[in-house]
Write a protein that binds this ligand. Structure first.
Ligand code: AMP
Length: 280
């Protein structure tokens, strides 16, 4: 497995691969890798000759300086995991390499960023749009792999690919969970033992709400139930709990056909903000 820190050296390597007619899959990450990330590498390996994993904690997508400062950075462990997973190349640039100058371009995803993560984290999707565009232009993959865990990000990247005519197929991979249901996340390592023990309630409440909606309960009643469940656990500060239509991510009052609805949640556990969702 090759490790690149400069855009130029990665491009040289990839140019050689393209000359040999190799197909390229890209898995963008911010490192602190876990089995969820590796599932994206596995999916990419199935479809492509070459799998490039980027490991870059992108400052432009953090609206909270403390979250950026405390974001776990475990490059040596990441490198070993990627090597063992059969990844072909890691791209781990410095901030200066990715942003020799502060980008001036601003990306606005319209209605997609007025809800949920966009509303709670102003500027977040601008940063996501810029870094993903840069990675697409640097790596020029045929396929790019993103997790359903970040559902709104998937919609934003889909819009980006369409609006800017990137010749890239977006592959969405299911959320990988711990055995107690907690969605794997790099931020889970920041939870203390008590918070970690409480964290699986997020998935319990999500699935409870999903079952109630599938059984015909009204959306507003289910949302109220879920909010009251979070309210019972003092360690949680709920940011949002939304039942949405997958097409536009807007809240719905009654559910549509199976597979077109999602429940999305963001909650603080102590200082750590966790997100999760289910599609139903
Ligand atoms: P991150 O490093 O958190 O930016 O995530 C990099 C990619 O891995 C994103 O496309 C995420 O959606 C995806 N991802 C993160 N957690 C999981 C998980 N538990 N299961 C599947 N994919 C995930």
């Amino acid at each position: 497995m090759e490790v690149f820190t400069s855009v130029q050296s990665l491009r040289q390597f990839l140019d050689q691969q393209v000359l040999q007619q190799k197909t390229i899959g890209l898995v963008p990450t911010m490192g602190a890798l876990h089995t969820g990330h590796i599932s994206l590498i596995e999916a990419a390996k199935k479809d492509n000759d070459i799998v490039v994993c980027s490991v870059f904690v992108n400052p432009t997508q953090f609206n909270n300086p403390e979250d950026l400062a405390k974001y776990p950075r475990t490059f040596e462990a990441d490198r070993v995991m990627l090597e063992n997973a059969g990844c072909s190349a890691v791209f781990a640039p410095s901030v200066e390499e990715m942003y020799p100058e502060q980008p001036v371009v601003k990306m606005n995803f319209g209605a997609l960023e007025t809800v949920m993560e966009g509303a709670s984290r102003p500027g977040h999707f601008n940063g996501v749009g810029i870094v993903v565009s840069k990675l697409f232009n640097i790596v020029k993959p045929q396929y790019a792999y993103f997790g359903q865990k970040d559902l709104q990000q998937v919609s934003v990247v889909r819009q980006l690919i369409s609006d800017l005519s990137f010749d890239i197929e977006l592959i969405i991979c299911p959320t990988v969970r711990e055995s107690d249901g907690l969605a794997m996340s790099s931020r889970n390592t920041r939870l203390n033992a008590d918070e970690r023990a409480i964290a699986p309630h997020i998935y319990r409440i999500l699935t409870g709400a999903g079952e109630a909606l599938n059984a015909g309960k009204k959306v507003n009643e289910v949302v109220n139930w879920a909010k009251s469940e979070f309210g019972k656990i003092k360690e949680f500060t709920l940011d949002y709990f939304e039942v949405i239509y997958l097409g536009d991510l807007l809240p719905i009052e009654s559910i549509g056909p199976a597979g077109s609805n999602a429940i999305c949640v963001a909650a603080f556990l102590g200082p750590v903000r966790l997100i999760d969702n289910i599609i139903f």
